[in-house]
Design a protein around this ligand. Sequence first.
Ligand code: CTP
Length: 226
Amino acid sequence: MTPSTRQRRGRRKPKPSLRILITAGPTREYVDPVRYLSNESSGKMGFALAERAARAGHEVTLVAGPVHQPTPSGVERIDVVSARDMYRAARDAFREAQALFMCAAVADWRPARKRVGKWRKKEQGSEVASLELVRNTDILASLGRRKGSRLVVGFALETGNGVTRALEKMRRKNADYIVLNDETALGADRSSVTILGRDGQRRSLENRSKAVLASALVRLAEKHFA
Ligand code: CTP
């Protein structure tokens, strides 16, 4: 055996580098210049995923809502505020992407109008006020509709036994996988998830660090394109 053959036989098949788009964190929907509607998402899962994916040699674009998380090394980060900003940034990056992980907790609603000045109590003149809301675009569903051969993974935070609802979301949003978790995942460093696949796959990972869950999701993408 010549040295070059030995080298070839000993070498493992190189993993293809994937272009992966990840969204993370909450969005903010402003009511007036100083008030907004948002949620408790910390962005930890999406940032852990971006970190692991970049470390595994993939090209990562991370579209992040307002969070206090350092940018993982080697990751292209695009900061956004509202669901509309996130939609525009994700839609643009999706064109070049091979896989989408939609980890962000996108606000479903935004105020019908953002007030130019502060919303003052006296404007209402009563003890009750109401706020008109309009629906934000469902980013996952919109990108899922035009996914072509891309891998599309959504997340579902459900209270109680959410498998049926998560499966319904997977179908409605045309995702290949849905990562189901519950409200204890919010802001936590560890989480229990069930990964549900369109092919009927169901895999539960109990009480794992978000770094471990992130590695499992990176492997899922790598296997999908292997
Ligand atoms: N999602 C999205 N755009 C939205 C709302 C949600 O892309 N406007 C994505 C989330 O990033 C997540 C998935 O859809 O990957 C599921 O989010 P969830 O809030 O659980 O789903 P909803 O469709 O908002 O369902 P509901 O609020 O009725 O539970």
